[in-house]
Design a protein around this ligand. Structure first.
Ligand SMILES: Nc1ncnc2c1ncn2[C@@H]1O[C@H](COP(=O)(O)OP(=O)(O)OP(=O)(O)O)[C@@H](O)[C@H]1O
Ligand SMILES: CC(C)(CO)[C@@H](O)C(=O)[O-]
Ligand code: BAL
Length: 311
């Protein structure tokens, strides 16, 4: 394990771009790990993936809670943050060269769009004005799964990730498979828009009892956290059943819904989709991913499991 090393903190986008260009002029590969902070071991595993990507590599971790991916009704205001703690964790890896932590990445404008008066603020960004008006949309992949209950989420993600790519100009970017739809959507965006960036999907990191690590887990009470284990447990059971030959998706989905609901969670969705297209399937005879989103109290969690019955 490398010795602890403080990353350089960069707040300004021009400084970030200049830093990145200097690293490339030195012959380094620039790898970026985009995050919203409140870092945990899942994030640190993305950094390890980036460090293994190429050599020599300059690693930038971005910490920015992007207002445009949150609807006004969602949890932007309570999203956890601990920048000092994040810096300590990043320093302890010994491999992170820079942290990009901008105060704001949007033009806010002057005209305020009040949500209450029906002024058209569909995300927390528009609540602050009409300054930003250019959006990146991945039209099919943004629909379904999380796109149904978070209608502005993927528009916000695709747009902020494009902005980060334009500022940092990385060679490589690492995303977690915990946010499976997000990872697939970014891959598609990069392909369709010819970003010269390799996208790496990194495996889900779990707590010892199976709960997928997530910044929002901090908001779970002890009881809610216990109930939330029903997601990972039911996903593992579903995978075991599928590999034993129960490939009927309706049956598998019903069982997961039943388990999570009986435990006290409120299911948002359970879907079984083809791994790359995210198209729903009826039978597990192609590589699939089972995706789940469920509420435990005020916390909405997502998780998934990949199944390739041929392997
Ligand atoms: N448990 C995990 N394993 C692997 N990657 C993860 C894990 N948790 C988050 N990531 C990845 O880290 C990146 C940044 O995610 P983010 O900062 O939103 O953290 P998060 O834990 O997913 O938070 P939340 O789900 O509460 O928003 C994303 O690419 C995400 O997929
Ligand atoms: C990719 C991302 C950093 C964009 O804000 C965010 O959606 C996240 O943390 O997964
Ligand atoms: N990790 C996804 C970021 C979000 O839920 O807004």
């Amino acid at each position: 394990m490398p010795a602890a090393r403080e990353p350089e903190v960069i707040r300004d986008k021009a400084a970030m771009r200049a830093w990145s260009r200097r690293r490339r002029a030195e012959g380094k590969t620039v790898a970026v790990v985009p995050t919203m902070g409140y870092l945990h071991d899942g994030h640190l595993s993305l950094i390890s993936t980036a460090a293994a990507a190429d050599n020599p590599v300059a690693i930038v971790v971005t910490i920015y809670v992007n207002p445009s991916q949150f609807a006004p009704s969602e949890d932007l205001a309570t999203y956890p943050s601990d920048f000092a703690g994040d810096l300590r964790k990043l320093a302890s890896t010994g491999v992170v060269d820079a942290v990009f932590n901008p105060v704001d990445l949007y033009h806010r404008g002057t005209r305020r769009l009040a949500v209450a008066s029906g002024g058209g603020a569909v995300s927390c960004l528009e609540e602050d004005g009409d300054g930003h008006e250019t959006w990146v949309r991945v039209e099919r992949l943004e629909k379904g799964l999380c796109g149904d209950s978070r209608p502005v989420f993927f528009r916000g993600v695709a747009t902020i990730v494009s902005k980060l790519f334009n500022i940092i100009e990385p060679d490589v970017a690492v995303f977690g498979k915990k946010d499976y739809q997000q990872w697939r959507l970014i891959c598609r965006m990069v392909r369709d828009l010819d970003f010269a960036i390799e996208i790496i999907g990194s495996e889900i990191v779990r707590e010892a009892d199976g709960l997928a690590m997530s910044s929002r887990n901090v908001h779970l009470s002890r009881e809610e956290r216990e109930k939330a284990l029903s997601i990972s447990r039911s996903l593992v059971d579903a995978r075991t059943a599928a590999l034993k030959g129960n490939t009927d998706c309706t049956q598998i989905k019903n069982k997961i819904v039943q388990t999570v609901t009986e435990t006290g969670g409120e299911v948002d969705y359970v879907e079984i989709v083809e791994q790359e297209s995210l198209a729903p399937v009826e039978k597990i005879d192609v590589p699939v991913v089972i995706c789940v989103a469920a509420w435990f109290g005020k916390v909405r969690l997502i998780d998934n499991i990949e199944i390739d019955a041929r392997s």
